[in-house]
Design a binder for this molecule. Structure first.
Ligand code: SAH
Length: 350
């Protein structure tokens, strides 16, 4: 018990713990020490970013995917979903709508869809950037070659999200088909950062076969890689995947890990993810109250939202994004935070 408090204090003061210490921290939790870390994480976040919560407009522009990740509902092997792609015009309209609502960051996320060749994707990025020069464009389109990443960066993309999924190589193999590799994923992340993208990595909490030791590796990887952004959310099963019968990840563990990540990387941008909001009522607010400072409302057209089904019951309010935004702003206000559409670049490099 005493040891647990010491670890919490050490983490809050030094922003670092070694593997053995992290494992003790994860396995010796109590409600009191969880609450202590939550408070320290919020203080740390407020000290660097103030009370602002950054809004990102998410555009889910394709659910075609050439990969067969065992957890993911839009995997190639799922023949039950309706596949869709937004046209360049539709993507720009989403941008237009988001811009009017005040968003100054657009996140283009999709499956690994070969239709979006470098040329097509670069054109979309440059159109967005020339139409909305003061906005940041974030891409989340999976693994590509270094040359491809380079072209997308030159076309004007500012940021790139590529979750590492797990920092344990053997665990990675159990979540992915044989043609995908841990080494390539990590290589992609290194390339993205080297090219100059503000780079985000991250992982699912409670993915099948995840152990506390694997989570410790994730945390150590984050500390070593020093990403600009970290996305984590609970694993949620999807009925048409090989992992349909595995249990959901824990919401409590997810928010605890948000606090730990905030303390390990005080200046990181940390979203309260849709998966967390899907699992827990008020998941977004709970995430913010554990040290997160980003939310990513969905700007995709309704039929796209319906079919971008990474997991079952994915939260997608039937209401207008505009109405959802008003409610989101109000609920953040209630917990003492101010939602802002501003670019909100990461402070990691400063
Ligand atoms: N194709 C892109 C985007 C993938 S979807 C890429 O490879 O980066 C974005 C994230 O959703 C994934 O990185 C994964 O961590 C998460 N995800 C996928 N399936 C999920 C599930 N069943 N439960 C929770 N999160 C999931």
């Amino acid at each position: 018990m005493k040891k647990q408090w010491e670890l919490c204090e050490k983490l809050s003061e030094t922003h670092d713990l070694n593997e053995e210490e992290l494992l003790s921290l994860l396995t010796g939790r109590t409600p009191e020490t969880d609450e202590y870390l939550r408070e320290r994480a919020c203080e740390e976040c407020l000290a660097h970013y103030g009370d602002q919560v950054f809004l990102r407009g998410l555009i889910e522009f394709t659910n075609f995917c050439k990969n067969d990740c065992l957890y993911c509902g839009i995997r190639k092997g799922n023949s039950s979903i309706k596949r869709y792609r937004l046209t360049e015009g539709e993507i720009l309209s989403c941008g237009e709508y988001g811009y009017e609502l005040g968003f100054r960051t657009f996140v283009l996320q999709g499956g690994e869809d070969p239709y979006f060749s470098d040329d097509r994707l670069c054109r979309i990025v440059s159109s967005l950037k020339s139409r909305f020069p003061e906005c940041a464009v974030t891409l989340s389109v999976g693994e590509r070659t270094k040359e491809s990443y380079q072209k997308l960066f030159q076309a004007g993309a500012d940021r790139y999200l590529l979750r590492h999924e797990t920092a344990d190589c053997a665990h990675y193999r159990r979540l992915h088909p044989p043609e995908m590799s841990f080494e390539n994923r990590m290589e992609c992340l290194r390339n993205l950062r080297e090219i100059g993208f503000q780079t985000g990595c991250g992982f699912m909490v409670g993915s099948p076969f995840q152990t506390p030791e694997a989570l410790v590796k994730d945390l150590r990887f984050l500390k070593a890689f020093q990403p600009h952004m970290v996305g984590i959310g609970p694993f949620l099963p999807h009925k048409d995947t090989p992992f349909r019968d595995f249990p959901k990840g824990s919401g409590e563990l997810t928010v605890f890990l948000l606090s730990v990540i905030r303390l390990l990387l005080p200046r990181v941008l940390l979203p309260a993810t849709t998966a967390l909001a899907t699992l827990l009522p008020e998941g977004r607010e709970l995430g913010i109250l554990h040290g997160a400072n980003v939310v990513m409302p969905n700007l995709s057209p309704d039929d796209a939202k319906e079919n971008y089904t990474l997991y079952d019951h994915k939260l997608s309010s039937g209401q207008e994004a505009a109405q959802g935004l008003i409610e989101l702003k109000e609920s953040l206000q209630k917990i003492g935070r101010t939602a802002t559409g501003m670019r909100g670049d990461s402070l990691m490099d400063l």
